[in-house]
Design a protein around this ligand. Sequence first.
Ligand code: FAD
Length: 527
Amino acid sequence: MSRQVDNVIHVPGALILGAGLAGLFTALKLSPFPACIVAGAQAGTTGSSVWAQGGIAAAIGPEDTWTSHLADTLAAGAGTTDRDIAAVVASEAHTRIDDLLRYGAPFDRNADGSLALAREAAHSAARIVHVSGDRAGAEVTRCLADAAIAEPSIDILEGFHALELAMEAGRVTGFFARYGSGAGAKLVLFRAPAIIFATGGLGSIYAVTTNPPESRGEGLGMVARAGAIIADPEFVQFHPTAIAVGRDPAPLATEALRGEGATLVDETGRRFMTTVHAAAELAPRDVVARAIHREIGIGHRVFLDCRAALGAKFAEHFPTVYAACISAGVDPTAQPIPVAPAAHYHMGGIASDTNGRSSLPGLWAVGECASTGLHGANRLASNSLLEALVFGARVADDVKNSVLITATRSEPPAPTRFAAPAPPQILRETMAKNVGLERDADGLAAALATIGSLERASGGEPSLLNMTATAKLVAAAALERRESRGAHFRLDYPQAEKSGARSFLTLADAEKIAASVPEKSRTARSS
Ligand SMILES: Cc1cc2nc3c(=O)[nH]c(=O)nc-3n(C[C@H](O)[C@H](O)[C@H](O)COP(=O)(O)OP(=O)(O)OC[C@H]3O[C@@H](n4cnc5c(N)ncnc54)[C@H](O)[C@@H]3O)c2cc1C
């Protein structure tokens, strides 16, 4: 991309890319150390954070312990979770929930004033704090955005589309971002002593997803293109119960519905999870998602039946899901909800350590774009917002302790909202078909070939190259992992074999893997 910039903005402290829960919380924990949050759209309205329905896991209940939360996290991770990281997260959870209460998070409470705790799949105790049933993400993110806007040490710049890292002498010193669109688009270079990526997930590079359009792996791709180590990219979680009414993105029917007793049935009313797993509908997400995928694959339709478990309480307890159903012509108090799996959460990401440092000096990563090792091969429900909080606080401490505030910043330009090109439909389709819930060598080779052709046809558009870099890392790591584990299922290698080792690779490694695929396999299956 051309380095001819229209403006250079010097930020004196931390420069945070992303205004979801991870970016906002990190900025608040940095205060009074100066932070500037740059994001595509208005803080408090953007990213997956606003859409989170279930809530945040924390061992708060009188009978619960953080070691029990740790054990559940390790069990869900299918042998690939980093135990030390999971212990850090489970043991610091309560303190981070106290932080949110101080920022005004309106968590639901019991009649005696204690926090109301819900149970979700694969948790051995009720330990999810929530807001108005299913509005945790929207309400907590709004609170944090209000607190950040009111905080004098935090600047928030909206409407910028970040495209590429700026590196000086091997250190990340900023990023290039575009604002405006078409002929009027301008390029800005942001520079700062500490750069923090909080850019969220990658769901929208898949054809069927629960993620908002801005969650398309651009932050991960940008960092990978600068040479950073990426961890576990092959582990993509599919939510079992997206509401299947033909919408893009697909609205979500939260796991908490199954926690309340809702059952999965086919078009005849047959409940099939009881024959798949001892925990039936509360089995780990990958097990439930694959069971639904297979039922659909053999011609059934699948529904979430909430009538007996919730009935008339539905609208009050789950207002977001209720509204999504009603707007699609489904009354969940009277009818089962049609559901199907959808790309939902990326366990992999920018490899980051206990303080959120990436492999590139000067760059930290936090939230869904990071891979700390907490989630292993399969995330435990409601652990992702928690991870963003725990590492947001750790990144803030590390930056405050290691970075010096530099000269004052220049005045920012006034941007319009960015109009970033959407991921090409062919990319989304090949990811869904060949790098989805069930994978095999031929399909992955075909996906890598399609990604390669899109790159060659990109004309050097950095936004597209960020997305294809992310897609390539997911597909290449999935091809290399010749086993099945957690969310990664290989039809040609159905057993777990690699004793839980995590994957660490760079984009150059992924390119070598793609180049080593024999021509015959690349064309064996069209993508
Ligand atoms: C429907 C749904 C329900 C969920 N429910 C739960 C739940 O109950 N509990 C739970 O723990 N987790 C849940 N999750 C997952 C959780 O919401 C996410 O993992 C978490 O919110 C990620 O937060 P984040 O701050 O890292 O990223 P996000 O909230 O996605 O924010 C990313 C930010 O980066 C910005 N950005 C990205 N790329 C660029 C770019 N190139 N230029 C400029 N800005 C950019 C975006 O605009 C956005 O501001 C859910 C996810 C979904 C989709």
